[in-house]
Design a protein around this ligand. Structure first.
Ligand code: SF4
Ligand code: SF4
Length: 381
């Protein structure tokens, strides 16, 4: 009986060079040539276990296949993966506004109106997570979390539930006393949006006065001076991919790394699925195809609005795709609803992408699962 069951590579599996990533389970590992060739083969040509196990020339084939089965890298063809979701990351829009108007951000062209998630609603959203333990939970959807009057109370609630905070901030409103409070623990990572060491350039890009530059700079310096526990570390995002980006990132690294451990990452500054377009940000249309190779947002990332609505993703600036309402329903029901299934099927190539989907303007949408991989020739099954 089991010999008739066909197995395929899960639609959630893709490769970046030799790193194999499973969007649903969040597994990532370095695959060798045999791993990647086998996964690619079973993506194209599902097979029975007996056929797979009779493949010639693959080292430790049985152990390899056992691992693939255990980690859901290969699944029965009959399993409908369009309903699958695991909560590994969570964004909650606690506060809608931002004090900055970064030129590379949709807040600069259509700023969000005031709105703060009530604390009781925040507690309800956390309770919906039940026993899941996401890697981190961020308090943003383009809002500055330090504008939130309940910031500390929310962090306390996260600590009570042993959930780790991913803090994304422009740093201009983060007081030293708040950093001391954060240093008490429960922080997974801190990411500062800080595009330039030059005050005038920073002000121009962030559309904030130079005194805010000095506030943000001193905030980062103070955080680094504490050497506080932050599980995954402190980072600076350097936005705007122009010809000066590398030089800006270098100056930022030189300055801040002298003060403590910090990662500096150059950001692509994408259009947020077409929400902003100007000299700094371009829309990358993906509309040339009908079948696509995935986007992890719909597989493992939960996005919650200030009204506890679950929407598609962080690139959906206007929250135009509402998948459900956490005041009325569970995460499991919402993320396996027909609408969520339709999006997952279209994003992962199980169905053609419908015209007009915002994903067609999003650079996060993958075109190919194994594109950047040089595969050895394997014997036919
Ligand atoms: S990029 Fe961040 S700091 Fe800048 S306007 Fe957008 S939300 Fe605010
Ligand atoms: S492709 Fe872009 S718009 Fe679509 S779900 Fe992924 S991140 Fe969101």
């Amino acid at each position: 009986m089991t010999d008739t069951v066909l197995y395929k590579t899960s639609v959630f599996v893709h490769c970046n060079q030799s790193i194999v990533i499973h969007d649903l389970t969040n597994l990532a590992f370095y695959g060798d040539d045999d791993d990647i060739a086998l996964l690619k083969r079973l993506a194209d040509e599902p097979s029975t276990l007996a056929s797979i196990l009779s493949l010639p020339g693959i080292d430790e084939l049985k152990e390899r296949v056992d691992f693939f089965l255990r980690e859901r890298l290969i699944v029965p063809v009959s399993h409908d993966e369009s309903g699958d979701f695991m909560t590994h990351r969570v964004d909650i829009e606690t506060c809608r506004q931002c004090n900055a108007r970064c030129k590379f951000c949709p807040q600069s062209v259509s700023p969000k109106a005031r709105g703060v998630m009530p604390l009781e609603l925040f507690a309800l959203v956390l309770s919906r997570l039940e026993d899941t333990k996401p890697e981190w939970l961020a308090l943003n959807h383009y809002g500055e979390p330090l504008l939130d009057p309940f910031f500390r109370e929310r962090v306390e609630l996260l600590r009570e539930r042993k959930l780790l905070l991913g803090l994304y901030t422009n740093g201009t409103l983060l007081k030293e006393s708040t950093i001391d409070f954060l240093a008490l623990g429960g922080v997974y990572k801190v990411v500062f949006n800080f595009p330039s060491m030059d005050p005038a350039e920073w002000s121009n890009l962030m559309q904030l006065p130079e005194k805010s530059y000095w506030k943000a700079r001193r905030t980062i310096e103070y955080y680094l001076s504490l050497d506080a526990p932050v599980v995954n570390g402190i980072y600076i995002s350097v936005n705007v991919p122009d010809e000066n980006q590398a030089a800006r990132a270098e100056r930022i690294t030189e300055h801040f790394s002298a003060l403590g451990k910090i990662g500096v990452q150059m950001e692509y500054s994408n259009s947020r699925a077409g929400s902003v377009e100007n000299e700094f940000v371009h829309i990358n249309s993906r509309a040339e195809s009908r079948y696509y190779a995935g986007c992890e947002r719909i597989a493992h990332h939960l996005h919650v609005s200030w009204e506890a609505k679950v929407f598609l993703c962080c690139q959906d600036y206007d929250q135009s795709v509402v998948l459900g309402d956490l005041t009325k329903d569970s995460i499991t029901n919402i993320m396996s609803s027909q609408l969520a299934r339709d999006f997952r099927a279209e994003l992962y190539g199980l169905a053609p992408m419908r015209n007009g989907r915002l994903c067609l303007n999003c650079n996060m949408l993958r075109r190919d699962r194994f594109s950047s991989v040089l595969l050895p020739v394997v014997a036919p099954l």
